[in-house]
Design a protein around this ligand. Structure first.
Ligand SMILES: Cc1ncc(COP(=O)(O)O)c(C=O)c1O
Length: 512
């Protein structure tokens, strides 16, 4: 059972619990001594600490360096430092904890408190004109929406973390931390570790029918970085991009941030309506699609639509960005082959992630790049974050190579399949024909549509007060929502909890 509070608590793995908020320690604040001024050194040290505390560069509870250490750093005798420290202690700026050292006081003098109560540390900031890029205003402000990043029933993106093999993972992390190789510490290949890429290439060729070699795979910090990278390499400001309607908000944001014009193309029972896209904007430079399991509606793109889309891209020299985010979880049929595997003209950039199979905070994913574009992607990536961090690539390479990844997917597929069945049954029992379920064949979420006359936003807000996290379907539309409903995650809700959660959902809807 996974509980959530400020610090993740995994009961079965108590050693992962972070019990206390730690404060940074051991760093000296800037103490600019002027040996030629008439001011005594102890006064200068005292004033430097007061200024750092009042200016909030030093925070309550933060450890301060020992007098011996600070004296050595400042190249002065210990006496002025001791004098300054005893004055700071006497005035309540510092406190000592026996056996631990000296800290900035957690109960502060008046001067500090008045700052806390609203005076800005730098008032000139408010009055000055502060010009930002127009581009940064293109994406909506980041607000913690009630149905995202919470903990509880129906949260989208949350998985059965309690079934993750943390002990194996920890032993692999340990292995790599203990046996550090010098070349893993230095700057490395912007594509990512070659052996890790080989492991991914093998997996993609076998399990996803992706046509690729390791040399085409770039390791990224999740799909989001791959989208940003692809936009920078393939598109210019003003270029038009087809996006699915309804669709994945973070993909929209990535293209909008690159200055692209978004063309919402409707999704029907066969996936993206290619003919509608051509009618709206034949000359779009790219199309973003989730063909295996459309986000959010869950449709699988039909074979004829796939061929139509590839044909359009070939004829109009456009790019297809295929986001294959959760195809490992398919319940009613075998996994669907990738669109990239059907592409005969190298028009598809294929993106995958470990956020849905392992855990999102890993921030690891990959892009499969057409061979002739690899050099451009490399150059642009090198100008962005240089190259991906090494440690978790090495850990995941072993996790895949030693069979743990395949085993984890097999186990969780059964688990999620059961959770999905219980959810579908509970919806049918509670709502009968009142609610339609869409996209339950794959992934770790499904969509429940609302009957006409009901609106998803107010219901989601009401549900959030009862710890039910319903992602309103209407928020996935760029234009006017043609359907109201909820995206319901079932990854982290156990079969025992599910019927009660659905019953509570019915009460909330009925009370609207
Ligand atoms: C449609 C879609 N694509 C990709 C991702 C994964 O994104 P990332 O790899 O950046 O965590 C998600 C995660 O929720 C998603 O819903």
């Amino acid at each position: 059972m996974v509980e959530r509070n400020d610090h993740l608590r995994l009961n079965r793995y108590d050693h992962y619990i972070l019990r206390m908020r730690r404060v940074a320690s051991g760093f000296s604040p800037i103490v600019a001594l002027n040996r030629r001024s008439g001011k005594p050194l102890h006064k200068q040290v005292y004033e430097a600490f007061c200024a750092a505390i009042v200016g909030r560069n030093l925070r309550p509870g933060q450890r301060v360096p020992s007098s011996r250490f600070l004296a050595t750093e400042l190249k002065i005798s210990r006496i002025p430092v001791l004098t300054a420290y005893s004055q700071l202690l006497a005035e309540g700026y510092f406190e000592t904890r026996p056996g631990s050292g000296t800290f900035v006081s957690s109960s502060l003098p008046d001067q500090w408190i008045s700052l806390e109560r609203g005076q800005s540390a730098s008032p000139q900031v408010r009055s000055a004109r502060r010009v930002l890029s127009k581009r940064s205003a293109v994406v909506p402000s980041f607000r913690p929406l009630p149905w995202i990043n919470r903990w509880g029933a129906f949260i989208v993106g949350q998985l059965a973390f309690e079934h993750f093999p943390f002990q194996i993972w920890a032993s692999l992390v340990n292995r790599h931390v203990r046996n550090v190789r010098v070349n893993s510490l230095h700057y490395s290949d912007p594509m990512g570790s070659e052996t890790f890429r080989s492991a991914i290439a093998q997996y993609l060729r076998t399990a996803r029918a992706v046509s690729c070699e390791a040399s085409q795979i770039m390791i990224v910090s999740g799909t989001q970085q791959a989208l940003e990278l692809a936009a920078r390499v393939l598109l210019d400001p003003g270029d038009k991009v087809w996006i699915e309607e309804p669709g994945y908000r973070l993909a929209r944001n990535a293209f909008a941030l690159a200055g692209c014009r978004l063309i919402p193309v409707p999704v029907d029972a066969e996936g993206l309506d290619v003919a509608a896209g051509i009618k709206q904007c034949r000359g779009a430079r790219a199309a973003f699609v989730t063909p295996s399991h459309q986000f959010p509606l869950g449709v699988t793109m039909s074979a004829s639509r796939r061929l139509q889309l590839l044909d359009w891209a070939h004829r109009s020299a456009s790019w297809i960005i295929e986001d294959d985010y959760d195809n490992e979880y398919r319940y009613e049929s075998m996994p669907i082959s990738s669109l990239q595997g059907l592409d005969r003209h190298s028009r598809v950039i294929y993106l995958g992630t470990f956020s849905k199979t392992l855990f999102p905070s890993l921030r690891l994913g990959y892009a499969v790049i057409p061979t002739d574009l690899v050099q451009r992607f490399l150059a642009v990536r090198n100008a962005m974050d240089v190259y991906p961090p090494h440690l978790y690539q090495a850990v995941l390479e072993d996790f895949i190579g030693e069979g743990h990844f395949a085993r984890h997917i097999r186990r969780t597929r059964l688990l999620y399949s059961e959770r999905r069945n219980v959810l579908v049954e509970a919806i049918s029992k509670e709502f009968g024909a009142g609610i339609d379920v869409l996209g339950a064949d794959a992934g770790v979420h499904l969509v429940a549509t609302l009957p006409k006359g009901l609106f998803d936003r107010p219901i989601s807000d009401a549900a959030a007060h009862q710890n039910l996290w319903l992602w309103p379907l209407s928020t996935c539309y760029l234009g006017r929502a043609s359907q109201q409903g909820f995206i319901l995650g079932f990854g982290s809700t156990t079969p025992r909890q599910m019927p009660d959660a659905v019953r509570r959902l019915r009460h909330i809807i009925e009370s609207q």
